[in-house]
Design a protein around this ligand. Structure first.
Ligand code: SAM
Length: 239
């Protein structure tokens, strides 16, 4: 059984979206991972197929009903595979590479895509949903957030990425230090009056590695002091 993703959404046509292309798309067609969608509206019980209602306590917007979402979750989990339910929400834990690696190690994922003001809190709690945010900004719906999370997961699945080493060397890689990646250069060696750093043309692998490490550390220190301060001497994150 390949890694299996199910998206609960009011807009199934948004999937696989960008993931139908390039390496992820090819891997999907080759069955290295699988994706299906459930239309949340199919689980509404009234003739208007209502999925939302006004918020208790007043205020703007609409809230997605817990009973309808619960029925959609039950359908998604009916195959018995212990896939985590992940609700995409700006209130969630920020997505990072550690969470991506954890999700990839399991059998797959069920992604809950909110719309309107989001889900009734009770179904989040009753279903033990993990709440995940893709950043400190507000999207109009959970679908683009779900695609971001899926993209990050799928590229780590066995056989999806061509050059396995690039996943190991890049920013936030599993084996190395939690550093931003060093800068990249390709031909021409001089462009627009700008030369490629000499060391990269030297053919001296140890010096190239040392230079890259220094650049990665400098970028992390300058751009992401939060990451830098969480490093332990061994290079692992401290939490
Ligand atoms: N009222 C919500 C709030 O202020 O937290 C925002 C609701 S947003 C308009 C609609 C849906 O988009 C959310 O239920 C969630 O599924 C999704 N969404 C918006 N921003 C997101 C983010 N940064 N990360 C993950 N999902 C997000």
């Amino acid at each position: 059984m390949s890694w299996h993703a199910t998206a609960l959404t009011l807009f199934p046509e948004m999937f696989p979206g960008t993931l139908g292309h390039s390496l992820a798309g090819r891997a999907l067609r080759e069955g290295k991972w699988s994706l299906d969608t459930l239309q949340i509206r199919d689980f509404a019980t009234d003739k208007h197929r209502t999925v939302d209602d006004t918020p208790f306590g007043g205020g703007a917007g609409m809230v997605m009903r817990p009973d309808v979402m619960d029925a959609a979750c039950a359908a998604a989990l009916s195959d018995g595979a212990a896939r985590p339910l992940v609700y995409m929400t700006p209130r969630g834990r920020l997505l990072d590479q550690a969470l991506v690696r954890e999700l990839v190690a399991g059998p797959g994922i069920v992604l809950v895509c909110g719309r309107y003001e989001g889900l009734d809190q009770r179904v989040i709690e009753a279903r033990g949903m993990r709440e995940v945010s893709v950043g400190d900004y507000v999207l109009s719906g959970g679908e683009p957030a779900a695609l971001v999370l899926l993209d990050a997961c799928v590229r780590l699945l066995p056989g999806v990425m061509g050059g396995a080493t690039s996943a190991e060397e890049e920013s936030f890689s599993a084996g190395g230090a939690p550093l931003l990646e060093y800068p990249h250069y390709t031909r021409p060696a001089e462009w627009d009056g700008r030369a490629v750093p000499d060391v990269l043309l030297s053919g001296h692998h140890a010096e190239v590695a040392r230079w890259r490490r220094g650049m990665a550390e400098a970028a992390t220190r300058e751009r992401r002091p939060d990451l830098w301060s969480r490093r332990t001497p061994a290079g692992a994150l401290s939490n």
